[in-house]
Structures are given as structure tokens and as C-alpha cells.
Design a protein around this ligand. Structure first.
Ligand code: FE2
Ligand code: FE2
Length: 163
């Protein structure tokens, strides 16, 4: 799984319909953090989830894990608003952080055929912020962990941005 081409082939195999769809491509225009788009962030999380999943001594549903990861932040709006700095951070913790998993799941159900497990991955990925929505399957745990690790790597510019 060190080969990035192999990882990308798996992403295309499991989530090609999502990645190519017009609505999903809108994520290229939304900022996740710094100079990373939501589109790039979700691909990073899907790649990291695959890497983690393949290292574990248990079976995971890779297809559903990748699709859930690609759609975990499919909320389709700019969560930063016009404010920057402290206000932006406060806004994130007050509103967006809690509400966007539900928004993303609603959009994903509208635009794609998603399984109950994929829905679970999307809804639970912000745990422990959304304290009552704790993951209950290993695919959701993996994406939750991958999201946090990838966000950290993006924030300190280890993973390069696309904006
Ligand atoms: Fe998120
Ligand atoms: Fe995320």
C-alpha cells in the first residue's frame, strides 16, 4: 500500500462514480483548512483509511470505507464564512463541527446510493466532538481516526494543499 498509484486505483474502483460526479466536483471550490480544498481533504482521508485498514489484522469493507470517507465532508458549503481568526474557530466549534455530518449524510443520500454502513461512517466521523454519535463499526472508527490524523498533517503542511 505504499504505492500511491495502487491506492488511487482503489479509490477509482470503489468511488469513481462519486469522484466524477458534477456535484462532488463542487468540493474543489470549498476550503477545508488553509490551502486544502474539501475535495483534496476527502481524498486524503480515503487514502489514509485504506492504509490504516490494510495494516489491521481484521477484515474491513474497503469499498464502503472508501465511499464513506469520500463523502464524510459532503456538506457542500463554505463553513468559514467571511470571518477569520478567533471568530472562525468559534463558529466552527459552535455550529459547523456539530451539524455538518448530518448535512453531509443528507446530501450523500440525495446524490448517491449509499449503504447503511457508509451513512454510519459519515454521521459518526466527528466523534468525540459529537459525543453521542460514537462509531459502532470498525470502518467508521478508521475514518474517524484518519480524518483527525489527515487534518493534522494538512494543518502543518505535511500534506500539500491544492488551492
Ligand atoms: Fe468533517
Ligand atoms: Fe474531514
Amino acid at each position: 500500500m505504499k504505492n500511491p498509484k495502487h491506492v488511487n486505483r482503489l479509490l477509482a474502483r470503489y468511488g469513481g462514480d462519486i469522484l466524477k460526479s458534477e456535484s462532488y466536483l463542487k468540493n474543489k471550490g470549498f476550503v477545508q483548512h488553509g490551502n486544502v480544498s474539501v475535495y483534496r481533504h476527502c481524498i486524503n482521508v480515503a487514502q489514509m483509511s485504506l492504509r490504516i485498514g490494510r495494516r489491521l489484522p481484521v477484515a474491513v469493507s474497503e469499498r464502503e470505507m472508501v465511499r464513506g470517507a469520500l463523502l464524510h465532508d459532503y456538506f457542500l458549503y463554505d463553513w468559514h464564512g467571511k470571518k477569520v481568526g478567533l471568530n472562525e474557530i468559534l463558529h466552527f466549534y459552535k455550529m459547523h463541527g456539530f451539524t455538518h455530518p448530518k448535512e453531509a449524510a443528507k446530501n450523500a443520500e440525495r446524490d448517491f446510493r449509499i449503504t447503511p454502513l457508509e451513512r454510519e461512517i459519515i454521521l459518526k466521523h466527528m466523534w468525540p466532538l459529537t459525543i453521542l454519535d460514537m462509531p459502532t463499526c470498525r470502518e467508521a472508527w478508521i475514518v474517524t481516526a484518519a480524518d483527525k490524523y489527515v487534518s493534522f498533517l494538512e494543518t502543518i503542511h505535511v500534506l500539500k494543499g491544492d488551492l
